[in-house]
Design a protein around this ligand. Sequence first.
Ligand SMILES: NC(=O)CC[C@H](N)C(=O)O
Length: 233
Amino acid sequence: MKFGVVVFPGSNCDADCLHAVKTVTGQPAEYIWHKSGSVEGFDCIILPGGFSYGDYLRCGAVARFSPVMTPVIEFAKKGGLVIGICNGFQVLTEAGLLPGALHRNKELQFLCHDVFLRVENASLPFTCTAREGEVIKVPIAHGEGNYFADAETLQQLEENKQVVFRYCDAQGEVTPEVNPNGSANHIAGICNQQGNVLGMMPHPERCAEKDLGNTDGQLIFKSLLDFWQRRCG
Ligand SMILES: NC(=O)CC[C@H](N)C(=O)O
């Protein structure tokens, strides 16, 4: 299984993503430059976090028009596995691969701390090694992570089990105090209807090895490998 990590001007989690995915899965991973016109040969594309194009206009709004996004969109539409983490999630909503938008955090401040997430759908390529309702601790680091979608879209997301991660407390309870950025329905991560595109604001690559004091983020990378091996094995 080969992973590709897209590098936009202003990406700053690309190296962490490449390191985490290689270390956790033991699989090959390479950078994909934003000017690339192809994603051929890759089995999973990661759009990493950062400040692509300086967050000008809106986070992800310029990156969405990078040349690489044409093959990424095509790849996703054919069922290819795509994960957008933080700025990558913002790029995916701007590109129309995921519904809704990420607004400024409710307190209008950049937030950088651990949060607890409840796994709401454990039957996806990104979560298949998890247990539904499992609680994981993962750091957030964003200024615009306040997930917004209209009522109809939110209803569809809930009905189709497209809400993948929800902000919760350490026990898995979803209460108003544990919604760091004001996201609708406490949404921290969603997938598309087909389940092959995931966007999430928290950073699993920042908590994927023992030396960092937290390995909860491994779940996503391990699930991808498990899914791939079962599908191709
Ligand atoms: N870590 C990130 O990817 C940050 C995303 C974006 N620049 C924001 O502040 O919301």
